[in-house]
Design a protein around this ligand. Structure first.
Ligand code: ADP
Ligand code: MG
Length: 264
């Protein structure tokens, strides 16, 4: 069975794209066949995995509108992950899809024929709660919410959780909310922990372990078109490796999902 995970938060800059790329690389290193889907018209995932969106002939856009077959659009990254890329054309997909029946199901339908080629699919949602994110949440079995550990991180979380609950009621009853993933975490201060404690109390949202530490390695990696896992040993890569191991143990039914208690 293929596991399909959406990474969503309508706030930008919370490490959605970084989480998709790094988690995918970690899962690949653990011998899983991984597909990543770039649903953001900005194409940051595509770019950070070494492909220039401006030089691609087709993308997830043509797949969603039915103008291309998904298998003709997939590309491989240097690290061995398979990518369904985005280009700026995707910005027009919102409007095109809005006029169609079953518009929330376009991605789910498109992925169906290739699912058995992959163990895990990770979907990078754009920073909005529009039709593209609804497609991501409708195609997924579970959703992970990266949360930057800073003041006001909770702003918008309520709205996101309402969207998840609407998707569960309308297009995807099987969708489960895995929890929040703390990102850009600073272990040296209590601030990050206070913020997490506040969010998890307010929304009774599980906080996943381990928190992803803030490190400059991420910016260096995405600029070079590879993930943090391909470079020198560093604590960011280590955290995503641990997350990948925790998720696989959970998905394989071998362990409970590991959570982080900010009060400890
Ligand atoms: P989003 O997809 O939610 O908009 P990104 O993944 O693009 O967020 O991350 C936003 C910025 O933060 C990027 O420049 C990225 O390199 C940086 N970043 C992400 N995670 C970390 C981290 N753990 N430490 C330091 N910088 C990070
Ligand atoms: Mg992004």
């Amino acid at each position: 069975m293929t596991t399909i995970l959406a990474v969503a938060n309508q706030k930008g800059g919370v490490a959605k794209t970084t989480t998709v790329a790094s988690l995918a690389a970690a899962l690949h290193a653990l011998d899983r066949r991984v597909l990543v889907v770039d649903l953001d018209p900005q194409g940051c995932l595509t770019f950070s995995l070494g492909h220039n969106p401006d030089k691609l002939d087709s993308s997830v856009h043509e797949v969603l509108t039915g103008d291309a077959k998904v298998e003709d659009v997939l590309i491989e990254t240097a690290e061995g992950i398979v990518l369904l890329p985005a280009t700026i054309d995707l910005a027009g997909a919102e409007a095109l899809l809005l006029m169609r029946a079953g518009r929330e199901f376009a991605l789910k339908r498109a992925l169906a024929p290739i699912l058995e080629d992959f163990d895990v699919v990770v979907i990078d949602c754009p920073p909005s709660l529009g039709v593209l994110t609804l497609n991501g949440l409708t195609a997924a079995q579970s959703v992970l919410v990266p949360l930057q550990c800073e003041t006001l991180a909770h702003r918008g979380v309520g709205q996101l959780l309402r969207t998840v609950s609407e998707v569960q009621q309308i297009t995807n009853p099987d969708l489960t909310l895995l929890g929040a993933l703390p990102t850009l975490f600073d272990a040296r201060t209590t601030h990050s922990r206070d913020v997490l404690g506040d969010v998890s109390d307010r929304y009774s949202l599980p906080v996943l372990a381990p928190p992803i530490p803030r490190t400059v390695r991420f910016a260096e990696a995405s600029a070079s078109g590879a993930t943090v896992l391909s470079g020198r040993k560093n604590k960011g890569a280590q955290a995503y490796r641990e997350l990948a191991e925790n998720l696989l143990a959970y998905w394989d039914g071998q362990a409970d999902l590991k959570t982080y208690d900010p009060a400890e």
